[in-house]
Design a protein around this ligand. Structure first.
Ligand code: GLA
Length: 401
């Protein structure tokens, strides 16, 4: 992100004013392990990335909210009292959803603002560009309005904005990771209670490589909702044995084994089996990371992918090919799909010395088999949402984006 260029773009759109501009940044996220566990009430282990969404914001003297982004043409000017009705089926639904949530929690905006966003997370790749957009909006507006900052509260209100205003029934993991991320740490989050700890993610000699299949994630919302419904169905069946359970991740592997037969439908039983085993893998992963046992962690990543492919059935041909090719590289300890699935990205743990070969070899084999051109990001785990004070070179007003 070039702050000078962003400021120039801001002033080109909104002009200059005596009010100061402020910069905020929220990352994207990658989930290391614990997939499709958040809405089942268990542990997940995501991490914030170094790339994300930057927001430049300035207050106005009137009641107008002006929204624009460098990523899409669409922009919107809207009065504060029209926010509740401002759903446009556009990217602006994310920040406006957040503004409505602030209003509902008695922290409604007291004045207008000019906002310009710039995202460098590839869109639709499953790296949480939407959570990043929501969280940066919430953090910036709470700061501008002089409210206290509670990162868990920001995650929860951003998730609500997505559930209620945008209309996507996601869990809490993405917004939480974007909000609570910490440099060189993964976040171990218990999704039922929102208790969390930062787990050091030091992978001496190894790096994380995110592989973007560039396969558009088709039908992801409907399939996602179908998986959620199947988990609910599994809970209802298991309640015959465990009347007090409300979420799948409340059962241990042994408890599940003992009652799995009460789930009549084979597919629903397979979905539940994934959740139970994946939840166990998250706990084992944390142990492995504590013991610096990256080989074990890699094995767990591999097992996670295989379960998402065979039991939960949220992978796709493109993800499977990329994972298979990644595993052919000698320095790969583990490789799996990350996020909701049906396209998007893989994450692999790879020996640093083999990263270049990984990108070249996996890239060409993938392209040959799918006809799609992939992208790879060798990434470090970054910090959560924050205000930033970039050094601004002379802004060249009028420069084109
Ligand atoms: C998407 C959702 C998350 C989570 C993952 C799957 O990213 O937004 O809440 O359910 O899928 O782990």
């Amino acid at each position: 992100m070039d702050a000078s260029k962003l400021l120039a773009g801001f002033e080109q759109r909104y002009g200059t004013s005596s009010a100061p501009v402020r910069f905020f940044h929220a990352p994207g996220r990658v989930n290391l392990i614990g997939e499709h566990i958040d809405y089942n009430g268990g542990y997940v282990l995501p991490a914030a990335l170094e790339f994300g969404t930057t927001l430049i914001i300035r207050e106005r003297e009137d009641q107008c909210i002006r929204l624009a982004t460098t990523n899409f043409e669409y922009q919107l000017d809207i009065e504060l009292d029209a926010l509740a009705e401002a759903k446009q089926d556009q990217w602006t639904d994310y920040p406006i959803g957040v503004m409505n949530q602030l209003e509902q929690s008695a922290r409604g905006l007291t004045r207008g603002y000019e906002l310009l966003f710039h995202g460098d997370i590839p869109n639709g790749a499953g790296l949480s560009s939407s959570a990043s957009l929501e969280v940066v909006t919430a953090y910036a507006l709470l700061t501008m309005e002089g409210h206290s900052i509670d990162r868990t509260d920001i995650a929860v209100l951003s998730q609500r904005a997505e559930n209620q205003f945008v209309g996507v029934n996601c869990g809490i993991m993405d917004q939480f990771a974007v909000s609570q991320g910490k440099l060189d740490h993964a976040i171990l989050l218990m999704c039922d209670t929102l208790e969390y700890t930062h787990v050091p993610f030091q992978t001496e000699g190894y790096c994380l490589i995110i592989g973007n299949t560039n396969k558009r994630r088709g039908l992801v919302d409907s399939k996602y909702n179908e998986r959620r419904a199947q988990c609910d169905e599994a809970v209802r069946a298991l309640q015959a044995t465990y009347p007090h359970m409300t979420l799948l991740a409340q059962l241990t592997a042994e408890q599940f084994e003992a009652a799995a037969d009460t789930i009549a439908d084979d597919i629903v039983r397979a979905r539940a089996a994934h959740v139970i085993a994946e939840h166990d893998r998250v706990k084992q992963s944390v142990e492995a990371l504590k013991n610096n046992d990256l080989i074990r962690f890699g094995e767990l990543m591999n097992a996670s992918h295989d379960s998402l492919r065979d039991l939960y059935e949220v992978s796709c041909n493109e993800l499977d090919i990329m994972v298979e090719e990644a595993r052919h590289i000698e320095g790969t300890l583990g490789s799996r799909m990350t996020g909701a699935g049906f396209g998007g990205c893989t994450v692999s743990l790879v020996r640093e010395g083999d990263a270049e070969q990984f990108v070249a070899q996996v890239g060409s084999a993938y392209e040959q088999q799918t006809g799609l051109h992939p992208e790879f990001y060798i990434c470090r785990v970054g910090d959560g949402v924050r205000e930033i004070k970039p050094s601004i070179q002379t802004a060249t007003i009028g420069e084109e984006w």
